[in-house]
Design a protein around this ligand. Structure first.
Ligand SMILES: [Zn+2]
Length: 217
């Protein structure tokens, strides 16, 4: 997608969000609590692109941009927390403990994928539900985000899968709990896309917009 197209998408999203948020105007005393977990950190770099860009930095970059969107552009519709704000390694247990302590409504762990097959591309959402409600809510949140990324940014949707990841397995507190793989760093086009600042802004906006849509704010 060209930079011009990305700017058009961003403008479209901004107008859409402003309108839908203003029209609804629900007066909630407590905003929904959302925990975003940028995967890896510190000595755990996660996957890397061929030119050495690390998954931990892409995940933190996108998560930080979601915080900026929430705080500055949209006046805090979400009570949003990250499990890490810097390049540090947080234990998997502490990541889910934060969601538990905050009684988070939504928990999203952000990652990028890697595969031996260098042509593999697209987003994947993993869930590990503990209840029928968590299964339905998690799948619907994942579906909403993947649909947004596919429709607005043209990122292939590889579907929702069952994944036995500790951050999902240990989280029975949040209604919607997903691990989001945003694309493959082993695939050249997606690696280039995900490392660009403007692409990260576009992805952050689509994820943020999808959370707002999911919560019917
Ligand atoms: Zn990862």
């Amino acid at each position: 997608m060209s930079t011009l197209n990305q700017i058009i998408v961003l403008l479209f999203c901004l107008v859409f969000l402003n309108l839908s948020y203003a029209q609804n105007g629900k007066d909630k005393t407590i905003n929904p609590i959302v925990v975003i977990d940028p995967g890896h950190g510190g000595k755990d770099a996660g996957a890397t692109t061929r030119n050495g860009i690390k998954e931990k930095d892409i995940a933190l970059g996108i998560a930080s941009k979601i915080v900026v969107l929430n705080n500055t552009l949209f006046k805090d519709p979400l009570m949003l927390f990250l499990t890490r704000y810097t390049d540090t390694l947080i234990s998997l247990g502490d990541r889910t403990q934060l969601a538990k302590k905050l009684k988070a409504d939504i928990f999203i762990s952000i990652h990028c994928n890697q595969a031996i097959n260098r042509t593999a591309s697209g987003t994947e959402v993993f869930i590990h539900p503990k209840s029928e409600v968590q299964a339905e809510e998690s799948a619907y949140l994942g579906f909403t985000i993947q649909k947004g990324l596919a429709d607005l940014l043209g990122i292939k949707d590889r579907g929702i899968k069952y994944g036995n990841f500790q951050v999902l397995r240990d989280n029975d507190y949040s209604n919607a709990t997903i691990l989001l793989e945003l694309g493959f760093l082993s695939q050249t086009d997606e690696a280039i896309y995900l490392t660009k600042e403007e692409s990260q802004n576009a992805v952050a906006l689509v994820v943020f917009k999808s959370i707002i849509e999911f919560l019917e704010l």
